[in-house]
Design a binder for this molecule. Sequence first.
Ligand SMILES: Nc1nc2c(c(=O)[nH]1)N[C@H]1C(S)=C(S)[C@@H](COP(=O)(O)O)O[C@H]1N2
Ligand SMILES: [Mo]
Length: 335
Amino acid sequence: MPRLFNPSVKLTDNDVTDESVYAQRRQLLKSMGFIGLGSLMSQPASAFGWFTDDDEEKSVFQTRDLDYTRNKKFAIDETLTPYDKVSSFNNFYEFGTDKGDPVENAQGFNVDPWSLTIDGLVEQPLTLNYEDLYSKFALEERIYRMRCVEAWSMVIPWTGFQLSSLLAAAKPLSSAKYVAFQTLYDPKQMPGQKSRFVGGGIDYPYVEGLRIDEAAHPLTMLSVGVYGKTLPPQNGAPIRLVVPWKYGFKSIKSVVKITLTDKEPPTTWKRLAHQEYGFYANVNPAVDHPRWSQASERRITTGGLFNQKRIPTLPFNGYEEVASLYTGMDLTRNY
Ligand SMILES: Nc1nc2c(c(=O)[nH]1)N[C@H]1C(S)=C(S)[C@@H](COP(=O)(O)O)O[C@H]1N2
Ligand SMILES: [Mo]
């Protein structure tokens, strides 16, 4: 059973387990009345098993091979997280709050047709259709670390293109200071949007945002694939953001709208609990989450989830080249 959340107890590295951290993040939602007891009790079963035992034949979303080049600049000497774990241990609350829910509930997700619009403070608003996502920009593969705020991490080969290419095509006006992102809103397809018990009580659509210099940074990617194939729905098909120096919740999935604005846009987790999840969300081992340490992380490679090796968390998730974006900012306040 998950441990009960006690806000006065600050967990140290030694007594925090991944299980207790997920349980605590969920506990916040439960304390707000959004997760039913049934869902909380079923959590360990699906979080411990990579796949739920299910003899039923289910149709599986069909992915296909992509044409791309490997960008060797991002070939890092770390063990990749295997595809079966990347695609079966997910946070995608639109399909349920358990780690095993998205792979279970998203296989019928229809991504074609798709429409992604870029609008707001731009000279040239754009709309990309499903085919455009794979053909308008040259695709490349980059291996990035991904660090969830829940203190686990993966190493993932993403296929996609720099967000900066898309922004350049839309020609931002000089008044544009931020970029806002929005996930598809389609309660018929996304059970978590239909029921607050399935979706954790989040106000959908899921929204995220970046400062425009963060959005234009060469590390910031729009991903349309993983392991050389189109994204499966549980990873944010057909297109999702990847910002490798920030906690995973910034990397919004199944994006339909990108809007340039002059004001800091609302972001889903900050709106839910601003004292715990900020707008910046830069990976930072020196700034703990109010309820758990961020000094280390469980790197998910092969083997069972809770046998994974704990490694130190690096500032900006090891992407120190972004540090200059934050010169003069207090990153303890701007968490
Ligand atoms: N729309 C949407 N995007 C989302 C989420 C979500 O619940 N909904 N979860 C976020 C979180 S908390 C993480 S850690 C990553 C997980 O990405 P992955 O499942 O592809 O590893 O997606 C992020 N993007
Ligand atoms: Mo996350």
